[in-house]
Ligand binder design. Sequence first.
Ligand SMILES: *[C@@H]1O[C@H](CO)[C@@H](O)[C@H](O)[C@H]1NC(C)=O
Ligand SMILES: *[C@@H]1O[C@H](CO)[C@@H](O)[C@H](O)[C@H]1NC(C)=O
Length: 280
Amino acid sequence: MRFSTTGPLALLTSLLAHNVSAASNMVPDYEVKLLMNATAVLDPTKSYKLKPSVLSAFSMPTTVTKMNVQFLDTNTKQIYNAGWSPRIRKTEGESGFELTYKKRYPVSGSDINAALTTANSEGFDSTDTDWDAQIEWGYSQKTLSISRKKSATKSGYSGMDLPNTSDSRSMLIDKAPGTFEDWGGVNNWGTDLLDVSRIYGPVLAKRSIGTWSGIEVYIEVWPIKDVAGTGIEYIVEASFKTGSVSVAGTKSGDLQTFLEGQGWFLAGDSLKTGLIMDRY
Ligand SMILES: *[C@@H]1O[C@H](CO)[C@@H](O)[C@H](O)[C@H]1NC(C)=O
Ligand SMILES: *[C@@H]1O[C@H](CO)[C@@H](O)[C@H](O)[C@H]1NC(C)=O
């Protein structure tokens, strides 16, 4: 027997078929990122380290963790312009390199679900357990980032060294996840672009870890080439992670108020990757 193609039964059949095939949206965590005023919080006479008053307010030790970071892209930034950022990072004290393939989706206003639904329609859903969804929660803008981490090692490098162009390309190509490799349904899209990519960076950032109001807070200092390309602009970012959208909302407001009270706040969104892609 065949079902009628119209009427309530057909509608029900179609709804059931849809629900079986459509996986739910990814569930993100939240990383609140607020900028701090570099002039107010760094000491230029002490190699632009965080001032003792800042360390003390966040119960931070004087020791920092260094992170050396670079991105790969073509000269015309075809990868970045498609919303992707392939990154290589060397973290002090960790062996090997951390490779990250990150896809960004802008969040319009506070409509996080719409961004997750867009990502779902492009192939990122709750069944993609190797990928992490995160809402980067800034001062005025939120961004959904979906990322996958891999690790790689290569002989000939030590300390905080990052791999040269040829080794960076081959590492990121070897470990490329299929979603990045064949993005947009184009065979080898990502890996073909990596094959002709160059390095954007490196930037050697320093992270301090402390606590504030019961939450773990990071403060990172990123020395990025300035607009003129002749000096350094220090980007200072305070951040914390949470799995809860309501904690992200209340604690980001509290932290902003605290930073404002100290004269340490800088109104603006932290767009470090964008600055690195523009200035290197
Ligand atoms: C940053 O801090 C310095 C020193 O406290 C202050 O003079 C300057 O106005 C601040 N800049 C902004 C944008 O708030
Ligand atoms: C860097 O790149 C070249 C190829 O241009 C390669 O032969 C060399 O061994 C690489 N590695 C290091 C550690 O310099």
